[in-house]
Design a protein around this ligand. Sequence first.
Ligand code: PGA
Length: 266
Amino acid sequence: MMPDIRHKFIVGNWKMYTTAAEARRLARAVVQGMGIEDRVSVTVCPPFPYLAAVGEILKGSRIALGAQNLYPEREGAFTGEVSTTMLLDLGCRYVILGHSERRHKLGESDTFINKKVQAALTAGLDVILCVGETLGQRNANLTNAVLDRQLIQGLAGVSSDTLMHLSIAYEPVWAIGTHGRHASPEQAEEAHTAIRRRFGQMFGEKSAQTLVIHYGGSVKPGNAAAVLCRQGVDGALIGSASLNADQFLAIVRAGIVDPQTEGNSA
Ligand code: PGA
């Protein structure tokens, strides 16, 4: 992912929702709604069982396919798990790793997430690494310490040659799935700045400048534009609003920056 400063990335995380029929319907509606729009990059991440069906529908469109997780081995006796090889085989370009629901509900550690990040990047997938603090951590003034830890441990050993395949999603845990409680645009911008600063210390200023950082947490059509226009917010990771094609497409439209308008206002 090499961002044009003005080009935004919108990612739909369908989580553990949809039936096969609903997944196909949703994918078709998003493909139709997007048409040949290329001023914004769009990815959808359906549940594993529907990756193949959705992948077929996305073929020939401008929408990329992503997965919500993986296991950090190419193959083996890992019952119930899904490998990088399988995801690539199904046409996935992206994978979401370190999502707070996996960290907090399934107990994934930074070390385990790091193994996944390394496996995905080595295999040639584009990683969206999620980081974010809980409400307790924010109230205890620990936001930056938590983000630092998740970045340092999550990205340990990552080679700088692969950084163009990495993006970060800042998702404050207290703002996810709340249908209303989202970080203010100022809070998002502040956290994105802290993430970019830390990333610069780890990988150099140049890599930090080109790093794509998404905001995630109750992004809806009504608040998308306000957060996407903030300095350093390069994209959005959308949960529940991505399950409704009209809402998702409205957020996608909020991410379109017309180069002509931009040029005039610059
Ligand atoms: P939400 O989910 O948009 O429903 O808050 C975001 C996410 O978990 O990625």
